[in-house]
Design a protein around this ligand. Sequence first.
Ligand code: ZN
Ligand code: MN
Length: 485
Amino acid sequence: MSGKSSFLDSYPEYRVDIGIEVHVQLTTASKIFCTCSNGFAKEANINICQVCTGQPGVLPRLNKQAVEFAIKAGLATNCQISKQSKFDRKHYFYPDLPKNFQITQNDQPICTNGFVTIRLEDSSTKKIRLIRIHMEEDAGKNIHAATGESFVDLNRAGTPLLEIVSHPDISNAYEAKAYLQMLHSIVRYLGISTGNMEEGAFRADTNISVRKKTSDTLGTKVELKNINSFNFIVHAIEYEIERQITLLEDGERVKQETRLWDTKERKSVSMRSKEELADYRYFNEPDLPIVEIDNDHIEQVKLTLPELPEQKFERLCAQKNLSVYEAEILVEDPELANYFEKAYASIASKNIINLILRDVLSFIKEEKISLNELKMTPEQLAQIVTLLEKDAINNRGAQELLKHVAKTGDNPADAVKKLGLEQVGSSAELELIIKELVAAHPAQVEQYKAGQQKLFGFFVGEAMKKTQGRGNPKIIQELLKKYLS
Ligand code: ZN
Ligand code: MN
């Protein structure tokens, strides 16, 4: 990753402790305590009712699906699922919170004591422990118009959230990113959230503190709020580590506060001081019963869990002969992994992943399309690899063929003929070309023989030109070695 973490490297007497709270919006059909749609709304304040707008006298009812999703998340992150959990009121005043309290879980959350395994730069793994996962409702949205007027949209009020809270086990920006990416993959694999960060479906609040390694107590923590991209989080953490260590080195102290990341200026700015800890006056939510979950229920949910990112990673590395780097790319993108596995089932060749990472991904990027829009089926990719391995086409031909099939969906074998990509592979034909080439460049032959090894590449290039790029490079090299010695 970025070499900027070298700032920490130059202060080896310091260590960094990072804990992260992630809010995940759940894709349930309805909201957490009412029957309003939890889907996309075209207009402000249309998915609302008495409950989610906090009218007096209404009663919340807990959404069963939200509980299922919480259990799934807990099982996928190795948590204990609480047999009994309860809801609490967290009080604060803000225009987007019509009840003046948020229904959340304070002292008896639904999941506790989990962990997420992340992979470090050297491919070793580290467990990041989770304190808890709890259920709560999202607030609405304040909208500040350019006219100076402010509006409140309550469509989002009552959207089910999971808040996933880690221990401060994360030691640098790289680990923070790896942790967030792993959580992000897990919720998408589980199908419980879109994970869309720009739309706020996956939001991370990061608590960062630094201390001397000799100190047993955590340093003063600073909270970075709601940064909506993995890369911004990395920049913000690196900036914050540098800022805090510099303060301490200058004999000053770190103030406990919440800071925001300014993506343009690439620095964090103070939002509010947390010197006096907010008093949320938590108390039990009297309108909701205790949530009881028995073992049978947990076992039932377990049966619905899909293969998880870590399991997929292990399986791909073991069965499909992939490097850590290759497997990580596929795990990040389950659809791509699926495509790969289908092609690999036709021909178990290393060239499948090579062509996917080199040619398929760059084609998708160039054409600005998604994998589903690719006209080439996984089976056709396998056919292209087969043609390549039979020496019917060379590497360059495979690249051209792949682009063509990706665009048109044509049968690869037919397309090879149509595009004239058949490899010039017969030794006799190539031998003639090489002989002519050597005869036409006596000066270069002399120089090569006198020790200018680099000229070998020149001859290979000329031979490829003479075959319009269709020569078999292996045979060309063998013949050149023969005629140049
Ligand atoms: Zn509602
Ligand atoms: Mn929360």
